[in-house]
Design a protein around this ligand. Structure first.
Ligand code: PEP
Length: 251
């Protein structure tokens, strides 16, 4: 039995004060949720204050990235143990913006997934094709490569959440149709079945890419869509809570 998740990726937005206000509003708006999880991913500088705000609530904390080494001379980086220490439960790994602007490769993502699990963080592993790859009809081979490389040598698969985020849909307002999204989610579940057998039925696969409270209803009705990774719409309490309400009502 899979439980739903809605995760808000705040990206490089919000001061500490703004983060506390937003986290507080999400906490207050989610006191009655059942059978699911709400996760927020503030920027590093707000993690601790967000944690202090939500710690006795239904909301859990994620980081947006981490290094794969435990410690060392990696100026500007954050170690997995530091995220655990500050109260994170989840960590987003392999977001397309990390792949595009910071040149993260499948190999780096694999090291990060393995290290996150080793320290007790649950990875939200992002995969997705670019617009060009969809036009060239190589979506499935791209997703197959990203998942198999990221999960190479990974055995605690029950702790991993996958986020399918078509790159062309992120921050563009161009949401995938429920049929397009479900097709890829079903394909991902097939890969997980090939790799892990029946456990694949229990792995959560989130959709991400221009999700709003107006388009989530149809997406969440699909069999293999278990929740959402939300960027822009996670920065406004009404928009984010509207998405959570619809998902919790339908799953
Ligand atoms: C994201 O960055 O993970 C994302 C899905 O962004 P948006 O919802 O803004 O498209």
């Amino acid at each position: 039995m899979r439980t739903w998740i809605v995760a808000g990726n705040w990206k490089m937005h919000n001061t500490i004060g703004e983060s506390i206000t937003l986290a507080q509003a999400i906490k207050e708006g989610t006191t009655n949720i059942k059978n699911g999880e709400v996760v927020i991913a503030p920027p590093f500088t707000s993690l601790y204050s967000a944690y202090e705000t939500i710690k006795d609530s239904q909301v859990t904390l994620a980081a947006q990235n981490m290094h794969y080494e435990d410690k060392g001379a990696f100026t500007g980086e954050i170690a997995p143990g530091m995220l655990k220490d500050i109260g994170c439960t989840y960590v987003i790994i392999g977001h397309s913006e990390r792949r595009k602007y910071f040149h993260e490769r499948d190999e780096d993502i694999n090291l990060k997934v393995k290290k996150a699990l080793a320290v007790g963080l649950k990875p939200i592993l992002c995969v997705g094709e670019t617009e060009d790859e969809r036009i060239k009809d190589v979506t499935q081979s791209v997703i197959d490569r990203q998942i198999k490389k990221a999960l190479s040598g990974v055995d605690k698969i029950d702790k991993v959440v996958i986020a399918y985020e078509p790159v062309w849909a992120i921050g563009t307002g161009k949401v995938a149709t429920s049929i397009q999204a479900e097709e890829v989610h079903r394909f991902i579940r097939g890969i997980l079945k090939e790799l892990y057998g029946d456990v694949s039925k229990d792995i959560r696969i989130l959709y991400g890419g221009s999700v709003t409270k107006d388009n989530i209803g149809e997406l969440i009705g699909m069999e293999n869509i278990d929740g959402a990774l939300v960027g822009g719409a996670s920065l406004k309490p009404d928009a984010f809570l509207g998405i959570i309400q619809q998902i919790s009502g339908k799953k």
